[in-house]
Design a protein around this ligand. Structure first.
Ligand code: SAH
Length: 240
C-alpha cells in the first residue's frame, strides 16, 4: 500500500471554485486526512500578453470565444510531473460512468482540464492526446462543475474514504443494476409500512428481495442497462 495521496490537478480559469463542495463532508475529511490531495493551475497565469488574454474569436466565424492552444499548452506543460491521465471535460467526450470512475480511482490520480466559452482549440487536445469526458448530454457553462462531479465519483471509491467498504459493492451500477430502494425508521410512516421482508431478519430472503427489486427497477427505468445486464449475465453463466 502506498501512502501517496490520490492526486487531482485541475486546470481552470476559476481556481477559486476549488475545492468548493469537495472541501466539505466525506471528501473534505478525506482531503484533510491525506487520502487525496488537490492542486489548481490558473490557466490565465500562462497568457502571454499584457491583457492576460486566454481566448480569441473562432476561425470560420460563429459566436463565442475559443480558448487559445498556446495558453492551454503552457498551462499543461507546467504540470508535466502529474500522475494519471489528462481529461478534458467536454460535452463531445465519452460519457462518464462508474467503470471510468473505478478505473481512475485505481490509478494515482487525474489531471482535469476545464473549458469555458465555446471550448478549447482542438490542436492542443490532439497534441497531448487528451481524453475527452462528458458528464452527459447537456451543456454546462464550464468544465468546473463537471470536474467536481467526476472527482466526487472517484474519491468515494478510494480506500479509507467510506466507513463501510461493502456498501460500495451493492451500489447502483456496480453490478450493472440500479440499487434496490432503502427504508429506515419509523417502520410505519404516514400510513405506509416498510416491506415486511426487511423486518423479518431473514438474510437470504432480504437478499433475494433486494435483488428482485434491483432487477425490476432497472428493467422498468433503464432498459439500456437492463439489456446489457442480461447479456453479460448470460455470458457469465455460459462461462461457468
Ligand atoms: N461549444 C461547446 C460547449 C462549450 S461549454 C459545444 O457545444 O460542444 C463550455 C465548457 O463547459 C466546455 O469547454 C466544457 O469544459 C464544459 N462542459 C459543458 N458541458 C459539459 C458536459 N456535458 N460535460 C463535461 N463538460 C462540459
Amino acid at each position: 500500500m502506498t501512502q501517496t495521496p490520490w492526486s487531482a490537478t485541475v486546470l481552470t480559469l476559476f481556481p477559486e471554485m476549488f475545492p468548493g463542495p469537495l472541501g466539505l463532508s466525506l471528501s473534505g475529511k478525506a482531503l484533510m486526512s491525506g487520502i487525496w490531495s488537490m492542486k489548481t493551475v490558473n490557466i490565465r497565469d500562462f497568457a502571454a500578453d499584457k491583457h492576460n488574454t486566454v481566448d480569441d474569436t473562432p476561425f470560420g466565424g460563429g459566436p463565442g470565444m475559443v480558448m487559445r492552444p498556446d495558453v492551454v499548452d503552457a498551462a499543461l506543460a507546467s504540470v508535466e510531473e502529474r500522475p494519471g491521465p489528462i481529461v478534458y471535460l467536454s460535452p463531445r467526450g465519452k460519457v462518464f460512468n462508474q467503470a471510468m470512475a473505478a478505473e481512475l480511482a485505481e490509478g494515482d490520480g487525474v489531471t482535469l482540464l476545464c473549458g469555458r466559452y465555446e471550448g478549447i482549440d482542438q490542436r492542443v487536445l490532439d497534441k497531448r492526446e487528451i481524453r475527452e469526458v462528458s458528464l452527459g448530454d447537456f451543456v454546462l457553462s464550464g468544465g468546473e462543475l463537471a470536474a467536481m462531479a467526476l472527482l466526487d465519483a472517484c474519491l468515494r471509491l478510494l480506500p479509507g474514504y467510506m466507513g463501510a467498504e461493502a456498501s460500495l459493492e451493492e451500489e447502483s451500477f456496480s453490478a450493472g443494476l440500479l440499487e434496490y430502494p432503502h427504508f429506515t425508521r419509523p417502520a410505519t410512516w404516514d400510513g405506509m409500512d416498510v416491506p415486511a421482508v426487511l423486518l423479518s431478519g431473514h438474510h437470504e430472503k432480504i437478499k433475494a428481495w433486494r435483488q428482485a427489486e434491483a432487477e425490476r427497477t432497472t428493467r422498468t427505468r433503464r432498459p439500456d442497462l437492463w439489456s446489457r445486464y442480461c447479456t453479460t449475465k448470460g455470458a457469465g453463466m455460459s462461462a461457468n
